[in-house]
Design a protein around this ligand. Structure first.
Ligand code: C2E
Ligand code: CA
Ligand code: CA
Length: 752
């Protein structure tokens, strides 16, 4: 009898062998033989009967294969075997050997190992286990007939021998199947390992990509897949069927829920919502719900993606703010201001209301910047911004348009002028209180120009222009604020008209360069010239730069004008050079042009085209132009130097220059402002300034030019003070180029 425990033993055996892979062949061989009850008596009996049992074994091999060839399945395998160049005869021989070995009663471990190897080969060739068993049946059938035919024993002997042979056959078969199974399990394990590897790679990929992926079975509402990084966002509780819904901020939950419903109905949906994860940080996520349907359109599952877009959201927001906010004060900038005014005007037009616009310019702010430095200047602008803001209602707009210019929009002034006046006088009064910064108490004033819609204009740009005119009037009259007055705006209308004309002036060749000689005080000879711009206006005649330069700056024409000046000056230098006269020329470059991008490139290109060496060109720039943005100024000066172009500081003494900075700049020339020079013969103070400026310039290694030399007396003084060069009416007025050339030829100061 076989106990139920024993009954399960082979399974357990196999399990422990293959699952754990630890059972050795000797152990298996021993346990299996024991299980089959193979004894030494059995083997002895087999030994005795061995020769008798081998009867007909040489024919058996042949019959065995004939039999297999009769069945389609086995015949197919054999035919395939032959086709790959193997011989069936060799197999017949092997079969015979196998039978001989079986009947010799070899139950050694070596034999077990050989049998398992055969099983592996069978598995490898895809011979199914059922056919192997069938083959063993053929063995048994053959041996049964042989045994029953043995004359030397009675029927109980037959039975006993048959039992022994059966046990050995089963051992043989068992070992072979073990080998077969081991091979099959090995192949499965290999596949399994590949799958596990792949899965690990995919998992690590999915946990490393910033997006979370998941898939929900819409019938069970259960997740089919959730990428591992989902837990980084929503902790262990990711909530289903809408992942992280629980962690979505309450205000956004309804929208996300609605999106899910859409998806369940078969629509692809994308929404942006905020999630506050367990760590308490709010983040923006983009969610995509992508339904997956069967052929009939039934939604089987919804795949989803969650992507953290906080950063790009922040960037977008930052850009939006940058585009509309003044960085220094945090107030709306010019762009936003224009938008608001446009809106206010169209609203007021619809509703028949009035709008007030105020442009506010701080008085003497430049001096604060110049004396206290830009950092404090910036701080003051911030304080002014805050103070102005506190004077206004929330519905009003306060903007900073640039520099020290602010603007106020009152979008609904019920009592028109009266209301605007009240606000303007409040604003003016608020400057009576000093602005405190660290130890400084500063009293600042402001000029305010006011326009009203619809009285003073119908659109933003007219209202702005006129507010600007009113602001200038307020500044000149020192009255705090002024309303725009059409009647008294003649001066300004001319100015506005001029700036219109300015646009065409370049194309119509209305500009001309005048040249003023610069002489060496030591040799009394001309060493160079300054080019000064003139505008021949078709109606107003000759116009001096002071009159049109501000408009050119405002309208942005200045850069084109600077290009023209440089080009034209360089052309003159080139022509004179060809005529055998190398005369350096200085040109004036406004702050705005000096700071414009690619100034150096443009100058370089102009020189290159005209084949004029850079050393014949000097660029004059005011101190403030240089100091406005020191780093940049420094770079431009250096780059101009690389072109050979020298740099002069113009109007020296009128601005604020930090000597420490000045020293660090590779400047060549210092031009003492004419306001100090003109009266130096009579004004002690001016004379002192001029003298110390000359000393200072020399100490810093600069050449010093005095401009505005109107008398020979002053010229003599300058020579005594050791000033290097002089320029002024007493030498020559600025004159057109042909006249300048004639002067050079005829004047005793002439050219050397
Ligand atoms: P600036 O650079 O200081 O030029 C010298 C100014 O002093 C010139 O005035 C010149 O005519 C004048 N001047 C010369 N000698 C004497 C004198 O002995 N006494 C007096 N009282 N004045 C004298 P201008 O030509 O009217 O130019 C005025 C300013 O316009 C220049 O001052 C310069 O800042 C600017 N400017 C002139 N041409 C250009 C230009 O091409 N581009 C730029 N950006 N600015 C220019
Ligand atoms: Ca100048
Ligand atoms: Ca000057």
């Amino acid at each position: 009898m076989v106990s139920s425990r024993d009954n399960h033993a082979p399974l357990g055996l196999a399990k422990s062998m293959h699952r754990s892979g630890r059972k050795s062949i000797p152990d298996l061989n021993r346990e299996f033989s024991k299980f089959l009850g193979i004894t030494s008596e059995d083997l002895h009996l087999l030994g005795v009967c061995h020769d008798a049992l081998l009867q007909g074994s040489e024919r058996f091999g042949q019959l065995f294969y004939n039999y297999l060839f009769n069945f389609a399945a086995t015949a197919g395998v054999l035919a395939e075997y032959q086709r790959s160049g193997n011989s069936i005869d060799a197999l017949v021989k092997k079969q015979q050997d196998h039978l001989t070995a079986l009947l010799s009663g070899d139950v050694s471990d070596g034999n077990a190992e050989r049998l398992m190897a055969i099983g592996k080969i069978h598995c490898h060739y895809g011979i199914e286990p059922a056919w192997i068993m069938g083959a063993y049946w053929l063995y048994l059938d053959h041996l049964r007939i042989v045994i029953l035919g043995l004359q030397q024993m009675d029927s109980s002997g037959h039975k006993r021998l048959l039992a022994v042979v059966s046990r050995l056959l089963f051992r043989d078969m068992g070992m072979m199947l073990e080998g077969y199974w081991a091979e099959a399990v090995g192949a499965v394990a290999e596949e399994h390992k590949k799958v596990v590897d792949l899965r690990e790679r995919v998992e690590s990929l999915l946990s490393n990509i910033p997006q979370l992926l998941w898939s929900i079975d819409t019938t069970t509402q259960q997740p089919l897949y959730v990428s591992p990084n989902a837990y980084q966002v929503c902790g262990t509780d990711i909530s289903m069927p809408i992942p992280c819904l629980k962690w979505t901020v309450p205000d956004d939950q309804e929208m996300v829920g609605a999106a899910w419903q859409q998806a369940v109905q078969g629509n692809r949906v994308e929404v942006e919502s905020r999630v506050i994860g367990p760590e308490g940080r709010e983040r923006w996520f983009r969610r995509v719900f992508q339904p997956f349907t069967d052929t009939e359109g039934k939604v089987l599952r919804v795949d989803g993606l969650l992507e953290d877009i906080s950063e790009s959201k922040r960037n977008r927001e930052h850009l939006r703010r940058l585009a509309t906010t003044d960085e220094l004060t945090g107030l709306p900038n010019r762009t936003l201001w224009h938008d608001r005014v446009d809106q206010a005007i169209s609203g007021a037009r619809r509703e028949g209301k009035m709008v007030a616009l105020m442009l506010l310019d701080l008085n003497h702010f430049k001096e604060i910047n110049d004396t206290l430095g830009h950092h404090i200047g910036d701080e003051i602008l911030r304080l002014v911004g805050m103070r102005l803001k506190s004077m206004l209602r929330d519905s009003d707009t306060l903007a900073r348009l640039g520099g020290d210019e602010f603007a106020i929009l009152l979008p609904d002034v019920v009592n028109g002028r009266v209301d605007a006046e009240r606000v303007a006088s409040h604003v003016t009064d608020c400057f009576n209180e000093p602005l405190c910064h660290e130890d400084n108490e500063l009293y600042l004033g402001a000029a305010i120009g006011i326009t009203l819609f619809p009285d003073d204009g119908d659109d933003t740009s007219t209202l702005m222009r006129r507010a600007d005119v009113a602001m200038y009037a307020a500044k000149q009259a020192d009255t705090g604020f002024r309303f725009y007055d059409y009647q008294s705006d003649t001066n300004t209308t001319q100015r506005l008209q001029l700036s219109g004309d300015l646009r065409h002036a370049l194309k119509r060749h209305e500009f001309e360069l005048y040249f003023q000689p610069i002489i060496s005080l030591a040799s009394n000879r001309v060493t160079g010239a300054e080019a000064l711009l003139r505008w021949h206006h078709p109606k107003h005649g000759l116009i001096l730069p002071a009159e049109f330069l501000p408009a050119a700056e405002q309208t942005g024409l200045i850069n084109a004008l600077t290009d023209w000046v440089v080009q034209s000056a360089v052309a003159h230098i080139g022509r004179w050079r060809e005529a055998g006269m190398e005369l350096p020329v200085a040109v004036n470059v406004s702050t705005r042009s000096f700071q414009a991008p690619r100034l150096v490139d443009r100058v370089g290109a102009i020189l290159g085209r005209a084949r004029v060496p850079g050393r014949l060109l000097e660029i004059e720039i005011t101190e403030n132009g240089l100091m406005n943005d020191f780093e940049r100024g420094h770079r431009v000066v250096r780059e101009l130097h690389e072109l050979g172009v020298s740099i002069a500081i113009d109007d020296f003494g009128t601005g604020y220059s930090s000597l420490a900075y000045l020293k660090r700049l590779p400047i060549d020339t210092l031009k003492i402002d004419r306001s100090f020079v003109i009266d130096m013969a009579t004004d002690e103070g001016d004379a002192t300034i001029v003298r110390s400026t000359i000393d200072l310039g020399h100490n810093l290694g600069f050449r010093v030019v005095a401009e505005g030399v109107e008398s020979s007396h002053v010229q003599g003084m300058l020579a005594l003070l050791g000033c290097d060069f002089a320029q002024g009416y007493c030498i020559s007025q600025p004159v057109p180029a042909p006249e300048f050339e004639r002067w050079l030829k005829t004047s005793p100061l002439g050219y050397i």
